[in-house]
Write a protein that binds this ligand. Sequence first.
Ligand code: DX5
Ligand code: ZN
Length: 231
Amino acid sequence: METKLKIAASILNYDFYNLSSQIKQVEAAGIDLLHLDIMDGNFVPNISIGPGVVSSLRKKTGLFFDVHLMVQKPESLIEKFVESGADLITVHAEATCHLDRLLSIIKESKIKAGVALNPSTPVCVIENVLHLLDLVLIMTVNPGFGGQKFIYPMLRKINNAKNMIDNYIRREKTRKPIEIQVDGGIGEKTAPEAFKAGANILVMGTAISKSNDPEAFIKKIRENISKAKTV
Ligand code: DX5
Ligand code: ZN
């Protein structure tokens, strides 16, 4: 099943003093989602922003808020991030021992639910929660920092996730799409490779913020992928 290509901009490496102008710039550049990386200094060795900042941003933009929770015990924070305006909350499978319960809580909040998998976590951990999922996030770096190198063996993992999802959709005869997102080290070279392997939502932090012209850069990424599709 083919799903539409979407570009998500991660704000992790932005200058937080100028956050609103940088968000306006990527919004104008045509991104599809704003990827908000939430880190607690515990699940990952870094700290970023909390629900207060997300709430403030919610008042300034209508962009789709894709909240990536890199925190221990995400259960305690779901309500706060729903209230702050998240459209999708993605939790790490490694951060909870009650994934089914956690995803059910997110779905009951009437927003989308995703599961993220660290590079070493096998795809099979999502097999029994597919009915609760809108998205699977395959981490293509170890979470915690922007600007890291794409881990190439993840291409095979993306493909495994794609096969599992396609089989599930066929078997259950459901039309509900489950999107595959990739996060970490995505740029001009790796974007078409990850898309070809089966991912349709590409998170980009460093690649967008380092480009002199984000609009032209995003356009080029979309063109390269559609060219690769037609050959
Ligand atoms: C890493 C974060 C990513 C990160 C991506 O833990 O989840 O969203 O910001 O940044 P780049 O695109 O620089 O790898
Ligand atoms: Zn992220």
